[in-house]
Design a protein around this ligand. Structure first.
Ligand code: TIU
Length: 221
């Protein structure tokens, strides 16, 4: 069985049941004028990991393994947007409002698209999700089952929000999960680091962690 030099201990996996889950690498979180910026965040921190995520995705494609992408977005009629999510806080623009990349966090708008460098290939699953976790009100679980996946490698943004929520949901459903430490980012570096620490604490209570280089090395074994 191939093995990733992971923390808190090695991650043994069956290649035929392993896939990459890339969370929410969308213009709305990564480019100026989108949802992330409307909340007052410096989006340049997230932009910086795009090349590393690209390397990771290309490594999985080269190995012939599944890549699944997610996008946080809402239906144009906002019927899947709870008022509690739209009305919270005092953002510059609210979800559904028109912005420089179209309506904020709405499916089909330019801002909801995955950044061009990381565009999904035809045949790769793209899961649109109204929540932070990818299992809530989506077909994500069925996609994982159909593809026969059990070992999930996670990348994307933001570490402590959508990535961690989805990893926790997957962990509770019996998947073995590993977070890529250098292909995930937060608007708050201390939150990224804390999320990484809490995921692998207590004997991998949520999952394992490893850098891209070590993951790709194991895929080539
Ligand atoms: N605001 C923030 O850090 N994240 C989100 O709202 N969504 C995701 O993490 N994708």
């Amino acid at each position: 069985m191939p093995r990733i030099a992971a923390q808190p201990f090695p991650f043994d996996f069956d290649k035929s049941r392993t896939g990459l889950v890339v969370i929410d690498m969308q213009r709305d979180f990564i480019e100026p004028g989108g949802f992330g910026a409307s909340l007052g965040n410096d989006v340049s921190r997230l932009q910086a990991i795009v090349p590393t995520v690209k390397t990771l995705i290309e490594g999985f494609r080269r190995a012939g393994l599944a890549v699944v992408h997610t996008r946080e977005c809402h239906r144009p009629d906002l019927s899947d947007l709870p008022p509690a999510k739209r009305d919270r806080g005092n953002p510059a623009l609210r979800i559904g409002d028109p912005g420089p990349m179209g309506r904020i966090l709405v499916a089909g708008e330019p801002g909801a698209e995955i950044v061009s460098e990381l565009a999904p290939l035809p045949g790769e699953a793209v899961i649109d999700k109204p929540g932070k976790g990818a299992f809530y009100r989506t077909g994500f679980g069925d996609v994982l089952k159909d593809k026969g996946l059990h070992y999930l490698v996670f990348a994307g943004v933001t570490t402590e929000v959508c990535v961690q929520t989805t990893m926790r949901e997957a962990n509770d459903r019996g998947y073995d999960c590993l977070l890529t430490t250098d292909a995930t980012e937060s608007y708050f570096p201390e939150f990224r680091d804390a999320a990484i620490d809490m995921i692998r604490a207590q004997g991998a209570i949520v999952g394992w962690t490893a850098p891209t280089r070590d993951i790709l090395e194991a895929l080539n074994d």
